[in-house]
Design a protein around this ligand. Structure first.
Ligand code: GLN
Length: 533
């Protein structure tokens, strides 16, 4: 294919309609037809990236190999497509303005007045096109965050409107997602919000090519016809997106709705064969026909919001499918543990996972969970802060280091078993300054971790400022908590494994970010396997 084709996905009526999943599903179908595809998310907020956002505000912060702190939708893109994303896949208004202002300070605009149109919109277009041309993708699907009509999305809408005229009709396509609400009282599905939302887009100069209607009930042919007629789209371009039990079913549903075929036809591409989805369908079959059931306790402090641990959730689901197990995730607030005690809250769990996090709220509860898992021989996976809690617990209760702690929580502890990394000392700026992105790690042979990965050399993604304090390396090793994964360049301890335990592993990195449907993460697979037996 000579030119990259650009597909723009907008949303109307309300947020949270699942634009990310629809984009990822369409991408999956195109990929399964042999095209190279990537997905980009444009976020209209002013933060330069979501790294500084509280998970309650914005859900999980996803991290890419190149160390970008990004929107959690990028996690869906990677899980669906099984190819890495990068900084270029997530752009915010903050980032756009930052580069325009930097250019202005350098004098690049040669004395001109710098304005939203054309300077901001040009920068948006440049970033969209760059992704396609740099990597020569056949398709770039660009998802515009927020809802059409929001003041802050206007420059994005204008930028993608212009692109159609610059790139030509067959090289661009607009997909608009809306909601068709069901009115219980009258027993009817309502199309008016969709009509209004399309009008809003039209006011901004965009005629959608395809409408995806999110609905709780089947759309009738009459309703589809009505939407097509009132919104100026072909009948086949009205696509139903009905609620399903798992997001991984959406590509199959979109295939039934012929979303991919409609896209190809509208972009003047040949529809050769059917998409190859055998592995995907295999995964779905396993997911839907479990032979076992495991209960995993996810201990964290943002548990009220499921999106805060999105990638961990999905990695557990992938690992469950491999093991033919239904994974029931019990969200446990670490503060509840402090109030009610470990036994009360954790008994009956098959596995315990202590989640990543920052700050000291609920920290003692996480340490209690690590202790309970260690003493009761329950499979345990500690991720990032979760590893650090396991280390603190072991220091206090096995090594008898009284009040041992991480210096993140207690600066003056006598036993700083977790301490600020050397390169972090002196850093005061918060944005983008952690140890971020993929780093290599060498695993000791003959360990459970090696058994899981089946290789000594791995690369995993990081997002932290604190690390295991190597002053205590020998103490831990001698007492049975063994540093089994080490960064070969810096000697930072990346993995700890408990000797004489069924399965007790803590990792300084985030394995959850790289688990995909096609490649479930080996540590999660091994953790679930241990939790079943
Ligand atoms: N707060 C810890 C640190 O900065 C752990 C971070 C995390 O869990 N991602 O090192």
């Amino acid at each position: 294919m000579p030119n990259t084709k650009y597909i723009f996905v907008t949303g109307g009526v309300t947020s949270s309609l699942g634009k990310g999943i629809i984009s990822a599903s369409l991408a999956k179908l195109l990929q399964a037809r042999g095209y190279s595809v990537t997905i980009q998310k444009l976020d209209p907020y002013i933060n330069v990236d979501p790294g500084t956002l509280n998970p309650y505000e914005h859900g999980e912060c996803y991290v890419t190999d190149d160390g970008a702190e990004t929107d959690l939708d990028l996690g869906h893109y990677e899980r669906f497509l099984n190819i890495p994303t990068s900084q270029a896949n997530n752009i915010t208004t903050g980032r756009i303005y930052q580069s325009v202002i930097n250019k202005e300070r350098r004098g690049d605009y040669l004395g001109k007045t710098v304005q939203v149109i054309p300077h901001i919109t040009d920068e948006i277009k440049r970033r969209i096109l760059l992704l396609g041309s740099k990597h020569k993708f056949d398709f770039v699907i660009t998802e515009i965050g927020g809802t059409v009509g929001d003041i802050e999305s206007l420059p994005y809408i204008e930028a993608v409107r212009q692109l159609k005229w610059e790139l030509g009709q067959y090289n661009t396509l607009y997909i608009h997602l809306t909601l068709v609400p069901y009115l219980q009282a009258s027993g009817e599905l309502k199309t008016k919000p969709t009509q209004h939302s399309v009008k809003e887009l039209l006011e901004n100069g965009i005629q959608p090519d395809i409408l995806v209607l999110r609905t709780e009930h089947e759309l009738t042919p009459e309703l589809r016809k009505k939407v097509a007629l009132f919104c100026n789209v072909d009948h086949e371009a009205v696509v139903q997106s009905i609620d399903v039990s798992t997001i991984y079913e959406v590509p199959i549903l979109m295939q039934k709705e012929k979303l991919d075929e409609t896209v190809l036809r509208k972009m003047n591409l040949e529809i050769k064969e059917k998409p190859k989805l055998e592995r995907w369908k295999n995964f779905l079959k396993r997911l839907k026909n479990p032979k076992h059931k495991v209960k995993i306790g996810l201990v964290g402090k943002y548990v009220e919001l499921a999106d805060a641990y999105k990638s961990i959730n999905e990695a557990l689901i992938h690992a469950g499918a491999v093991n033919e197990a239904e994974v029931e995730i019990c969200f446990i607030h670490s503060e509840t543990l402090e109030e009610s005690g470990a036994e009360e809250v954790l008994k009956g769990l098959d596995g315990i996972l202590v989640a990543p996090g920052f700050g000291d709220r609920g920290i003692e509860g996480k340490i209690m969970a690590a202790k309970y898992a260690r003493e009761n021989n329950i499979p345990f996976l500690g991720i990032c802060l979760g590893l650090q809690c396991a280390v603190v617990e072991f220091a206090r209760n096995v090594l008898n280091f009284e009040k041992a702690h991480s210096t993140e929580m207690s600066r003056k502890t006598d036993y700083p078993v977790i301490d600020l990394m050397e390169e972090q000392k002196g850093i005061t700026e918060k944005g983008g300054t952690m140890r971020l992105g993929a780093y290599p790690c060498t695993i000791t042979k003959g360990t459970k971790v090696f058994e899981a990965y089946k290789t000594q050399n791995i690369s995993e993604r990081h997002r932290h400022r604190y690390e295991f304090n190597n002053t205590y390396f020998e103490d831990f090793k001698k007492a049975g908590m063994i540093p089994v994964g080490i960064n070969p360049e810096t000697e930072l301890v990346e993995i700890m494994e408990l000797k004489d335990h069924k399965w007790y592993i803590g990792v300084q990195f985030h394995p959850e970010y790289s688990s995909t449907v096609i490649n479930p993460h080996p540590l999660f697979v091994s953790f679930i396997k241990a939790s079943i037996s």
